[in-house]
Design a protein around this ligand. Structure first.
Ligand code: NAD
Length: 512
């Protein structure tokens, strides 16, 4: 289906943060837009705020005043809903309340043409439920923009049970024509992004609760080793703990208490204390006053130990870039092809063995593999460019052997973080759980693998789609990591998605 022509009128209801942003997007794309809010004067105030935002761009030389005037001329405020009668598409962005949204759509249905498209920007309500009482529920879909709508690229086009393919495709093509990255999702709790992103926060909160490290250090690892734009703690502080906790609770309740979505007592305590993050001046970090300094990550002090030859046994595609980096740093590297009995590659410096985490803690692997000195290292998005790495040692590893490991990674130019001996460490555990959640969303028909990846990259700026990331690591490895996590904790929370398991067993990838 073609996108809606720019000669058609778009109606937007609700002139708050989202409605004003969506109205701006549609007007920038060339549509005449009627912006309605039931608070007298709010729609006009919304358009004034759009003008102020656009004029900031003029001041920066990114837009002309004439361009701003043209966009503003296409926006018309309305204090009464009847003004929307001639719209070709009406996008609702009012208060997040099912009954009120239903009433508004019933009013729209009574006054608009039978083929007017109806869309809701709801973050958490069921599209099926919003449409249930309409005479023509097939013309309603979710059009989920992200905040701020003019900036964030992603739009989830959400189909309820009754939404027709034609309606979903027209909205998809229209959002694309407005310069957005559109993805299809079926109406299930959290849609794609608010569901698949849950482990990013949840695993961070658990790692903190279990004392793996402190918040600033865990953030640094996810940024510097994982390649994420922000760590989970600074991001939750930005979003607001009240909002982030409420989304987690709503997804947890909607999935009937599935422990994968279990809210964190650590975050609950912050909400109870009123430490909501940046907006309240304190969350995990302190933002009050000029003097509030963010705590520094806890990196290991420089180690000046001499480094003997690095012996690599069975370097696979994950480890190979690390070895190349070691060679470029002037280290002597010897490669042996033979693998361990369990097929995992290992590095040795003297008597110290180093291995990529596989979801078991170092103590367990040291016992199973008969190693006295064992250091596990964490996953990096790219071992060639990562600027930090997380390590954990078995209890039997001597302080001297730890110093060797510190010296090795520091020699490669990486900040070294010593974590307590935690299953899956930080980046690997987070990425495995993100991929697992995305796999379940695909298995349950919420989205395609392609759209799942696209949504996480365009909606929350992930450095790589979680499913593409899992494919590149090898699905048997990701499945094994999750199984080890499940065994380590004895918790269903870490169970592998059946799709991940089946793909791992059948040597398939998510993107075939
Ligand atoms: P907001 O409180 O900033 O704005 C809501 C506006 O709707 C207010 O101006 C209010 O006066 C108006 N309104 C309320 N009831 C109305 C009615 N019956 N008729 C007309 N106008 C009415 O809220 P927001 O943050 O813009 O959120 C709006 C919707 O977008 C919600 O469904 C929310 O879940 C969703 N959403 C919010 C975000 C976000 O980050 N804020 C992101 C994505 C989606």
């Amino acid at each position: 289906m073609p996108a809606l022509s720019t000669t058609t009128v778009i109606g937007v209801i609700g002139a708050g943060a989202m409605g004003a942003g969506i109205a701006q997007v549609a007007a920038q794309a060339g549509h005449a837009v009627i912006l309605h809010d039931n608070q007298p004067g709010a729609a006009k105030a919304g358009i004034d705020s759009i003008r102020r935002q656009l004029e900031k761009r003029v001041a920066k030389g990114k837009m002309t005043q004439g361009g701003v005037d043209n966009i503003i001329a296409r926006l018309q405020p309305a204090d009464v809903i009847d003004a929307l009668a001639d719209s070709r598409l009406v996008i609702e962005a009012i208060v997040e309340n099912l009954d009120i949204k239903r009433q508004v759509f019933a009013q729209l249905e009574a006054m608009c043409a039978p083929d007017t498209l109806l869309a809701s920007n709801t973050s958490s309500l069921s599209i099926t439920s919003i449409a249930a009482n309409l005479e023509r529920p097939e013309r309603l879909a979710g059009l989920h923009f992200f905040n701020p709508a003019p900036v964030m690229k992603l739009v989830e086009v959400v189909s309820g049970l009754a939404t027709t393919t034609e309606v979903a495709e027209t909205l998809f093509d229209t959002a694309s024509a407005w310069g957005k990255v559109a993805v299809h999702a079926s109406s299930t709790p959290g849609f794609i992004v608010n569901r698949v992103a849950r482990p990013f926060y949840a695993e961070g909160l658990r790692l903190l609760q279990e004392g793996a490290s402190d918040a600033a250090t865990l953030d640094a690892l996810l940024r510097q080793a994982g390649g994420f734009r922000m760590g989970p703690f600074e991001l939750m502080d930005l979003i607001g703990h009240d909002v982030n906790y409420a989304v987690t609770r709503s997804v947890f309740d909607a999935y009937y208490g599935d422990t994968r979505f279990e809210p964190s007592l650590v975050q609950q305590a912050l909400v109870e204390a009123g430490r909501l993050g940046r907006k309240s001046g304190q969350g995990f970090f302190d933002y009050a006053g000029e003097s509030a300094a963010k705590p520094q990550p806890n990196f290991a002090a420089p180690a000046s130990t001499q480094l003997p030859t690095l012996v690599a046994q069975g370097a696979d595609s994950t480890i190979a870039p690390l070895l190349e980096r070691a060679q470029e740093a002037g280290l002597e590297v010897v490669r042996r092809e033979s693998l361990q009995l369990d097929g995992t590659p290992r590095l040795y410096i003297g008597d110290l063995a180093l291995a990529l985490s596989d979801g078991r803690c170092a103590a367990e692997r040291a016992v199973n593999e008969g190693l006295e000195a064992l250091v596990l290292f964490d996953l990096c998005l790219d071992y060639r460019s990562a600027s930090a790495i997380g390590l954990a040692a078995s209890h039997t590893t001597s302080p001297e052997a730890r110093q060797l490991a510190t010296a090795l990674f520091q020699r490669l130019g990486m900040d070294v973080v010593w974590l307590t001996d935690t299953p899956g460490l930080v980046v690997l555990r987070t990425v495995a759980m993100l991929a697992n959640e995305a796999a379940d969303a695909v298995l349950q028909g919420v989205c395609s693998a392609k759209d799942g990846d696209l949504a996480m990259q365009a909606g929350v700026n992930y450095p790589r789609g979680p499913l593409t990331w899992a494919d590149s690591l090898g699905l048997p490895f990701v499945h094994r990591t999750l199984t080890h996590l499940q065994q380590s904790y004895g918790e269903e929370r870490y169970r592998s998605s059946f799709l991940l398991r089946r793909n791992a067993l059948s040597e398939a990838s998510f993107h075939e």
